[in-house]
Design a protein around this ligand. Structure first.
Ligand code: NAP
Length: 289
């Protein structure tokens, strides 16, 4: 643990609840590895106190902060400006200072695509299949467009919500790429899936024996598929275990978690971030729990 001095600079994360957040763990691992006199802490902020908290963070000299549930959308009108990527996702997870005031962006997109960018693939020829249509799915779809995917399939259990997702992007370059499908279509889509992504909480503790895809359907997955679960604990999830049995290449959510944090730090510090120190701190924590 670093020594806190009178000059120690402050970063943080706001959410409600927040005590479970792993962001302080991974961010402080990076700040320590960099030897900077900076510290990152979690602030429990209820929705009714959000505006007051943001003003307070500014006056006490906080240099930047992350935003998590339930404030990722609610914070937008309280900021001076948000980046184009945050507008497209419709959510802010990173706030930084400018001369004009607080500016928001979204680093979940960069975090999500990070492990995929390290693979030698021609993403423009791959049609990903995204399961779920909530907040994380929005960052995933924007990320897949950033990777170069021309068509993106999204499967959800509520067709009205799928239509809302589609219409929210009617003016964006996502409009002609997005194909929405009902849950029943999974059986027909999985045999052709090249990149399959779970964005639902199915498989996360305490529902660790659940998967969004039934065993008999997963058995039709091509062995060449890449299968990505946004959940990072347990690892592997049941979904990833099913895919591995088919011979697929699997990715859990820990890379996304670490890399969205690294992208936030990069935005605040404008220097190279020790991503490996962050990943090791996360793995040490997950294995000891
Ligand atoms: P969310 O906004 O609540 O969305 C969850 C989605 O899952 C919704 O589309 C929901 O469907 C669907 N869903 C929930 N239960 C379902 C079920 N029983 N059957 C079928 N669909 C179901 O949550 P989120 O913020 O997107 O987060 C989703 C997951 O991603 C969580 O496990 C979270 O931990 C993970 N995540 C990981 C990272 C990372 O850095 N690794 C980052 C963000 C999120 P409806 O719309 O019909 O309700």
């Amino acid at each position: 643990m670093q020594t806190i001095t009178g000059k120690t600079g402050l970063f943080g994360v706001i959410g409600d609840p927040i005590s479970h957040s792993l962001s302080p763990l991974i961010h402080n691992a990076a700040l320590e590895a960099l030897g900077l006199d900076l510290v990152y802490v979690a602030f429990a902020i209820t929705p009714k106190n959000l505006a007051m908290a943001i003003a307070g963070l500014e006056v006490i000299g906080v240099q930047g902060f992350n935003v998590t549930i339930p404030h990722k959308q609610a914070i937008i009108p309280l900021l001076t400006e948000i980046t184009a990527i945050a507008k497209e996702v419709g959510a802010v997870n990173t706030v930084y200072r400018t001369e004009q005031g607080w500016q928001g962006t979204n680093t979940d997109v960069a975090g999500f695509i990070s492990p995929l960018q390290r693979m030698a693939q021609n993403w423009s020829s791959i049609t990903p299949l995204v399961i779920g249509n909530g907040g994380a799915a929005r960052a995933v779809v924007v990320g897949l467009r950033e990777l170069g995917c021309q068509k993106i399939q999204v499967v959800g259990r509520n067709f009205d919500k799928l239509r809302q997702l589609q219409s929210s992007w009617s003016d964006s370059s996502l409009a002609h790429r997005l194909q929405i499908h009902s849950w029943d279509d999974l059986a027909a889509l999985i045999p052709n899936a090249q990149l399959l992504i779970n964005t639902t909480p199915l498989g996360m503790a305490p529902r660790i024996n659940e998967s969004p895809v039934a065993d008999n359907i997963m058995q039709t997955l091509p062995s060449t598929a890449i299968v990505y679960d946004l959940i990072y604990t347990p690892s592997p999830t049941r979904f990833l275990s099913q895919a591995k049995q088919q011979g697929a290449q699997i990715i859990d959510g820990s890379d996304m978690l670490v890399n969205q944090g690294a992208a936030s730090l990069q935005r605040w510090l404008n220097q190279e971030i020790p991503v490996e120190a962050m990943a090791q701190a996360l793995q040490r924590h997950l294995f000891s729990n």
